[in-house]
Ligand binder design. Structure first.
Ligand code: MG
Length: 408
């Protein structure tokens, strides 16, 4: 039974309930796991996936069987690596070596990690890591190589940050550092996933592209930057800061001032510049989606992107971001899932809808006002010129494989 407060809320806002019910009644995943054919170890890996991922667990479980397990393992391995990085109780030298060496343990029987502090939330995964190793060993060599290479690069980048934080203190300095951090935290994951999609023939890079790699990197950067904007309060409370000094120092004297109600207007303007920076990735994200050829892979890519533009819009000029963790409503999430599992045209419509909201919230006294307008214009022009309505009508039918919405 939902709490009474929820019931009253939906009585007063019946349109919100509509999306939740519609989602529950009409959504049917393309693929489901068949647990009767899974080994106990496979079940155990999925149980860890459910425990460690709020947002990606369902998306991964509904992927085409060709990539379901490789991507589940990719997630668990990256989560394991991150659990070592996040644990501030591990001495820097020990942490550095473990991060750099992590990729070389992926096929070592019985390898596990016991040195996380008890309160580290995904500690159990690393204690029980042999279940991941045993399943990893069974995967196709090409997927294993992709995963191992990405984990090696992430591990080295995390180790470098760990050393830098030791000598220079926490925080990110320039905008280049910020992009580089987001690249190693999420952009490389986009590269690994794209390599797996290419191998499975689920993705074909859009033609006539100067640098195809930029698109997959932008996919990760857009998600990561949105999370960094949304999580400023929570991260600051944990002693972490990801908003680059080059940006916040234009608005406040000390980073902590961003959270001080006395500096709220400056913080909001600073937030605008952070949102502006994230919005610049949107055309490349939409461009990437044109290359995704298989519907479950399309859903896997499109749902997080739509959730991100909704979250970014919610954070834009929203003072609550500096007070608490803001979240889109369940109803909005259900609506977005309905829409982003249809086709590219619907995803473009979602983006246009949120861009209109950003335009409405834009404030003329904000120093970023004109730049925000330009960024919104660019996104709308990109959608109108790349996805004219008549082409977009030839939407890929649900479950189609090997065809693409735009014949590219
Ligand atoms: Mg981390």
């Amino acid at each position: 039974m939902p709490p009474l407060s929820d019931a009253i809320h939906y009585l007063l806002h019946p349109d919100e309930l509509r999306w939740i019910l519609q989602w529950q009644m009409t959504y049917r995943p393309l693929y489901r796991r068949d647990e009767t054919r899974e080994t106990p170890n496979v079940k155990k890996c999925f149980a860890y996936l459910e425990k460690t991922s709020r947002s990606f667990s369902t998306l991964i479980q509904e992927l085409h069987p060709e990539l379901r397990m490789p991507i589940c393992l990719f997630y668990l391995i990256a989560r394991g690596l991150d659990t070592i990085e996040d644990d501030t109780s591990i001495p820097a030298k020990k942490k550095e070596l473990t991060l750099r060496d992590f990729h070389s343990n992926l096929e070592t029987d019985g390898w596990h990690f016991t040195e996380n502090r008890p309160q580290e939330k995904d500690r159990a995964l690393l204690l029980d890591f042999d279940c991941v190793i045993q399943e990893f060993k069974l995967q196709k060599p090409v997927y294993k190589d992709i995963i191992r290479d990405i984990i090696r690069r992430m591990g080295h980048a995390m180790a470098d940050y760990c050393l830098r934080a030791e000598s220079d203190g926490p925080g990110i300095d320039t905008r280049d550092d910020y992009d580089e951090y987001c690249y190693y935290a999420a952009g490389v994951v986009g590269e690994g996933l794209t390599d797996m999609f290419l191998e499975a023939k689920f993705y074909r890079p859009p033609p006539a592209l100067q640098d195809g790699r930029r698109l997959q990197v932008s996919m990760g950067l857009f998600l990561q930057k949105t999370n960094i904007i949304r999580d400023i309060k929570e991260d600051a409370d944990d002693g972490r800061r990801f908003w680059p000094r080059a940006v916040w120092s234009k608005y406040v004297h000390d980073f902590e001032d961003l959270l001080d109600p006395e500096h709220r207007l400056a913080a909001l303007n600073c937030g605008s510049e952070m949102v502006l920076d994230a919005l610049e990735h949107v055309p490349e994200c939409l461009s990437y989606l044109t290359g995704v050829q298989e519907q479950s892979a399309f859903n896997f890519c499109a749902i997080p992107q739509c959730m991100a533009i909704a979250t970014l819009t919610l954070c834009f000029r929203n003072p609550d971001v500096f007070v608490r963790n803001v979240k889109i409503t369940k109803s909005e999430a259900c609506r977005l899932m309905m829409e982003s599992t249809r086709d590219l045209q619907t995803v473009c419509d979602v983006f246009k809808r949120y861009i209109r909201v950003i335009r409405r919230k834009n404030a003329s006294h904000d120093p970023n006002f004109l730049k925000i307008i330009t960024a919104c214009d660019k996104i709308e022009t990109f959608i109108e010129s790349n996805f004219p309505l008549e082409i977009a009508k030839s939407i890929m039918p649900k479950g189609s494989c090997g065809t693409n919405a735009f014949g590219v």
